[in-house]
Design a protein around this ligand. Structure first.
Ligand code: KIV
Ligand code: ZN
Length: 539
């Protein structure tokens, strides 16, 4: 295949003036570029898939955060991925847009096709270099892998001025071979060398030493930016990334909320806030607008129905909560006693507007702004209707209630299957029966079904209206606030053909929330089916 990688196309002549000077990463020594891969590695995580509209919303958010490079997807993976990369490439003006490609002519051409209209495009190409991956996954000899690296980077470089190269499973690659590959990739034109800890295996000292070794042994290393890409299998992704920065890496690959394959990727908010909070220990900067972190985190969990664990650093619900008396006392005397960064610095505002059934649209919109939630007009309408309904049933409306209902309502207006109404008969005697009405592509459908319990009956009724083979992998209920009138937030995970989707629903009635969650998951499954995947892939 090496000889096949010959390109007749030359570097694009598209006018790149749109990528103004203020959009380029500063060249100063301590500046760390933030390369966000939420839309590529993050989206590969089970249950995290997004449709085009959602990906565009995330890309806009990443751009407004000040991300240097947005990895928008893996264009050859599916038509949906291609379209998303292409749309994002056309609209983003102040971040670079990258697309992933394996070391093949087809992948690289497809990536370039999707990226060519970007103000500042980047092709990110990779191949495995560890003995294990070369032998079992690629079934290639090291010399052939080396030749493929040179050929693929050369081809990518002939199309695009900015090429990043990654040795997959880099942390388990033999050092001599890694140095040879890195040197070859730089010679062929790569200006960023990304070292992935693909399986989350390394530890901070070892990763520091690896980056240090590359800095000292690769003769042309000064012609490239070294990057890190750490997975979190041992919970060390952020620590490993920061160790690499100390050793000289000046790009960090990460995702919002740390989503990604298996245990996820390094969390962007943690990297950025660690650098911002401890400049004394780590004198490095990014240009991330940290006050946009909380809204970005919320948007992503809304879109993916992937909640953030309450004790998650920076964006968890408890990250700035002080429960114990001693801590509260200290906080009242001086917030710095127990707060190393302010909630405001990550865009979390202490509540000022109290909401209830008399609150109007204006107040509702102001509250959303206070919570860092931005909705378009359709989403706002849907959310406001749900808010009024909730306020009729619940005396006190807390911020958590609003976040839950917005998450529930905001992203449903494109759904093909919509919840209309339901009634369930249940209890310790007699059959459990659910009567349910759904709107399927504009047509109202009503059925009645029995089940082992009310949830089983509800899901059976939905299955009768929308027959499918997907299996239920997870059913989880969580009370949004305290009290017996609390809203229930339900998560449902469905799996079909090895692909899983998460659905979420919230309501003051647990069964209605369950039905909404199941329907949400079904809608996502339909989107997933629509995406044709010409080639199954993993990266
Ligand atoms: O984890 C990994 O190795 C990757 C590469 C494609 C960079 O995601
Ligand atoms: Zn990865």
């Amino acid at each position: 295949m090496s000889a096949e990688i010959v390109s007749s196309q030359t570097t694009t002549s598209v006018d790149r003036d749109a990528f103004a000077d203020y959009a380029r990463p500063p060249s100063e020594e301590g500046y760390v570029r933030i390369f966000d891969t939420t839309l590529r590695d993050g989206e590969q995580a089970p249950g995290c898939s997004m449709n085009l509209e959602e990906k565009i919303q995330v890309a806009d958010t990443l751009e407004s955060l000040g991300v240097d490079i947005i990895e928008a997807g893996f264009p050859i993976a599916s038509n949906g991925d291609f379209e998303a990369v292409s749309e994002i490439a056309k609209r983003v003006k102040t971040s670079q847009v990258a697309g992933l490609a394996r070391a093949t002519e087809k992948d690289i051409n497809r990536a370039w096709e999707a990226l060519r209209h970007a103000a500042a495009p980047r092709i990110h190409t990779f191949i495995s270099t560890s003995p294990l991956h070369m032998k079992y996954k690629l079934q290639m000899e090291p010399d052939a892998v080396f030749q493929r690296i040179v050929d693929s980077v050369t081809m990518a470089r002939n199309l695009c001025e900015d090429v990043e190269w990654s040795p997959e499973d880099g942390t388990r690659t033999e050092h001599d071979f890694l140095c040879r590959c890195v040197e070859g990739a730089i010679k062929a034109g790569a200006s960023t060398i990304n070292i992935p800890d693909t399986v989350g295996y390394t530890v901070p000292d070892e990763f520091y030493a690896l980056i240090d070794m590359l800095m000292n042994r690769v003769p042309n290393i000064d012609q490239a930016v070294i990057s890190t890409h750490c997975h979190n299998d041992l919970g060390l992704a952020v620590a490993n990334s920061l160790a690499a920065v100390r050793a000289g890496a000046r790009q960090v690959e990460c995702t919002i909320n740390g989503i990604g394959e298996r245990a996820g990727n390094a969390a962007m908010e943690e990297i950025v806030m660690a650098l911002r909070t401890r400049p004394d220990a780590m004198p490095y900067t990014t240009r991330i607008e940290t006050t946009r972190i909380t809204p970005a985190s919320r948007l992503l969990s809304t879109i993916t129905s992937f909640s953030v664990q309450p004790n998650k650093a920076i964006v968890g619900a408890n990250a700035f909560a002080h429960e114990s008396g001693i801590h509260q006392d200290g906080m009242l005397k001086n917030a710095q006693t127990y707060e190393i960064m302010t909630p405001e610095s990550v865009g979390l505002h202490r509540s000022s507007l109290v909401m209830g059934k008399h609150s109007g649209r204006h107040a509702f919109k102001a509250k959303l702004e206070e919570l860092g939630i931005t909705l378009n007009d359709n989403q706002l309408n849907d959310a406001f209707v749900r808010f009024k309904d909730l306020a009729d049933h619940k005396k006190e409306i807390f911020d958590e209630d609003i976040i839950a209902l917005v998450e529930d309502a905001a992203l449903r207006h494109n759904d093909v299957i919509k919840f209309v109404s339901m009634h369930v008969n249940c209890g310790s005697h007699g059959p459990n029966v659910a009567d349910i009405a759904l709107d399927v592509e504009g047509e109202r459908k009503e059925v009645s079904a029995e089940g082992q319990g009310p949830v089983d009956a509800t899901f059976a009724a939905i299955r009768e209206i929308v027959p499918h083979e997907a299996s239920l992998q997870l059913y989880q209920v969580h009370a949004v606030t305290g009290g017996t009138d609390a809203q229930a937030e339900v998560t449902v995970r469905l799996e079909e053909d090895g692909k899983s989707v998460n659905g979420q629903g919230a309501d003051y009635d647990t069964l209605v929330a369950s039905a909404r969650a199941y329907i949400n998951a079904l809608n996502k499954l339909l989107v997933k089916r629509e995406k044709t995947a010409p080639e199954a892939m993993s990266a």
